[in-house]
Design a protein around this ligand. Sequence first.
Ligand SMILES: [Zn+2]
Length: 241
Amino acid sequence: MNTNAKYLEDTYCFQSNASITDMAQIGNSAEVYFDKTIFYPQGGGQPSDTGYLDVNGNRYEVSAVEYRDGNIVHHVIGLKVEDGLIGKSVVQHVDGEKRLKNAKAHTAGHLITHILEEMNPGLLPAKGYHFPSGSYVEMLDEKRQGNSEMLDEAMAKLQEAINAEMEIKAISSTFEEIEKLRPFLARYVPKDKPTRMIAIGNFTPVPCGGTHVSNTKELTGLVITRIKRKKDRLKVNYEFT
Ligand SMILES: [Zn+2]
């Protein structure tokens, strides 16, 4: 049974109950599986959540979370398989400050990508690295039209989007809809089931399974620090000041 990814529903939910469905002992840590989880597993250029579990009145650190074959694996320090916890309900606690920092850095990558592709439709989203330190997005720039001179205009448009307090929401789209909106990205999404898309204001939505803040006003302080072209890619660095 695959883990129900509750973090997709609410970025701001930092505490929830869940039942342990399986465990494996790895030294002093346990790999723990739940029926559902509010912990984001590392992936898509975004670091995993960390936090702790409350189990029978004791507190255990969740040091890392990863996605594995449809399931979400939580590395929990000090928990023992022999304690017979499978089937038991525990309380998950996500480090909210870290979650929001990660969600902001990740959402910022989307917004900057939208602004650049609007400035030049020849630029296509290619890669994102949204760790809060050293964040960047890369755009595919086959016609080699992008350059560092875009920075001032991109920065002005970014500030406009933040001031406009645009709503950010997740929507569910069919393959056909995505093929129309995002022909370049459609090849990466499943044909037989709906895909989660993230929509910022009126920008064209994009498929994504990450955590996002709910309004562009939460991205106050975001600055683009550098735009640099390397061969057919445009690399755009950004940070929060
Ligand atoms: Zn995203």
